[in-house]
Ligand binder design. Structure first.
Ligand code: ATP
Ligand code: MG
Length: 456
């Protein structure tokens, strides 16, 4: 790993150096080319002014120089004078691009291989008042000659820089690996060794690790709880069955024992259903079928469903409110209502009441389930939403509770974007309040539902 980082850093340094050199040479060459062209143009302009006629050859010759080639061409293309070559030996120049353009529009330029010298050259031509053409050219290839001379020293510099880059990358790698090592120490709980600049990263990694560990612990705890909860009724069932099998139960008691087994088996089924429901809710993704749910109607159905139980517990069950519509999964929302009402009945006192209210407050659908039952002590109020948590184990179990009801409720509410609040004290009363987010165009939705009901 250290070697890899080292090598990568070195190559990064090396390639950026080579790239910079190549780019610089290219850039420099381009600038020089532009300057050379400008110079040729300026010289042509000057010569055209100084020697404005084809008769001024002698005057023109005074400006001869080594780097620039001057040519004077008659209107018919005959070369009258050339500073590099004997004009009489030169072919007609009428077809040369720059000459052609100059004859036609007064000015012409071209970048091409010189037919005469086989060099890459730049030409600029101007038409003189008498119709002849004055052309100045310069070789472009010579521009890189300067670089060619400096190439050996450039290579040497590159070599030195490479060695330097190798050393620097080695140093940097050592430092980096050292810092990572420090960070790992920090994550292991050895404080004070992590470099300051790496502290945020180290802290984030540590938090992530802690969260992962907590999740792991929580899962283990849940599995242990599930196993324990499953084991209890199964042990009872097994015990009763064993007693019946060994003939320890008298004929007349068999019915009682069968009833006990039946009850325990029922508890098991309920528990398994709740666990399945929770694991379904744990999975991210769709909620299943989603629709516009008339919550008041759902509450009415729930109250009806629980009326027998309420009677049995001698609790009065009441429903009020103007109603509300929530976009969501009807079965799940029904479960929220059922669980809350079921708790309010079960943890009540004979002669008590349960008040269910469904309304909209500040555009938010609200469900309130209030009871004047036994209440929830302050220290338990946070925990009642935990899986398997029961304030009074014996009472919950005696009434068939699994301790998963409110965990499921909270999950469903959260999945619908809502919140749940509890207000209670030991000895009661208790108020459970579910608040959903504002629904889109509730009136429109209500209308739609009414229409549907009308057609149904
Ligand atoms: P389940 O709902 O799965 O049958 P459960 O009722 O015991 O079992 P939860 O609904 O999660 O489980 O409730 C957790 C605990 O919170 C209950 O055991 C009970 O102690 C307490 N609790 C819930 N609602 C009320 C209430 N309205 N009044 C008093 N205590 C309550
Ligand atoms: Mg419950």
């Amino acid at each position: 790993m250290e070697k890899k980082i080292n090598l990568r850093l070195f190559f990064m340094g090396f390639f950026s150096m080579v790239l910079t050199t190549v780019l610089l040479v290219g850039l420099f060459h381009g600038t020089m080319e532009r300057a050379a062209r400008r110079e040729v143009k300026q010289m042509t302009d000057f010569l055209a002014k100084a020697c404005p006629s084809s008769d001024d050859v002698a005057e023109l010759m005074r400006f001869e120089e080594e780097e620039k080639r001057m040519t004077l061409i008659a209107a018919d293309g005959t070369v009258l004078y050339d500073s590099f070559v004997d004009a009489s030996e030169m072919e007609n120049h009428k077809d040369r691009q720059e000459v052609k353009d100059a004859l036609e529009i007064g000015v012409g330029e071209s970048n091409r291989q010189s037919v005469t010298f086989n060099h890459y050259s730049y030409y600029y031509a101007l038409r003189l008042p008498d119709g002849s053409v004055l052309r100045v050219g310069t070789e472009m290839e010579g521009l890189l000659d300067g670089f060619r001379d400096t190439l050996p020293s450039l290579a040497l510099v590159l070599c030195c820089m490479s060695i330097l880059s190798l050393l620097v990358s080695r140093l940097l790698t050592k430092k980096l690996v050292g810092k990572l090592q420090d960070m790992i120490w920090h994550m292991d709980g050895k404080q004070g060794q992590v470099p300051r600049e790496m502290l945020p990263l180290a802290q984030a990694m540590k938090a992530y690790q802690q969260k992962k560990e907590e999740g792991e612990k929580w899962r283990q705890q849940f599995t242990a709880n599930v196993s324990h909860e499953l084991k209890t009724p199964l042990t009872s069932i097994s015990g009763y069955a064993e007693m019946m099998e060994s003939g320890m139960v008298q004929e007349g008691d068999i019915k009682t024992f069968a009833g006990k087994i039946h009850r325990e088996a029922g508890r098991l089924i309920m528990l398994i259903n709740d666990i399945l429901e929770l694991s379904k809710l744990d999975e991210p993704g769709e909620l299943g079928p989603v629709e516009q749910v008339d919550v008041l109607r759902l509450a009415r159905d729930t109250v009806e469903m629980l009326s027998m139980k309420a009677e049995q517990y001698q609790v009065q069950l009441r429903l009020s409110g103007n109603g509300a519509f929530v976009r969501g999964n009807k079965t799940m929302l029904g479960e929220v209502l059922y669980n809350l009402c079921d708790n309010a009945i079960r943890y009540n006192k004979p002669g008590g009441y349960v008040q269910v209210d469904v309304s909209v407050a500040e555009e938010q659908p609200v469900i309130v389930v209030k009871d004047n039952g036994i209440g929830i002590p302050l220290e338990s109020q946070e925990r009642i939403f935990e899986r398997f948590y029961r304030v009074d184990n014996s009472r919950s179990k005696a009434t068939g509770g699994t301790g998963l009801g409110l965990a499921i409720v909270k999950h469903i509410v959260l999945r619908h974007g809502g919140t749940i609040e509890v207000e209670s004290k030991e000895g009661g009363p208790t108020k459970m309040k579910v608040i959903f987010p504002p629904q889109q165009e509730p009136k429109e939705a209500a209308k739609q539902v009414k229409k549907k009901e009308g057609t149904a």
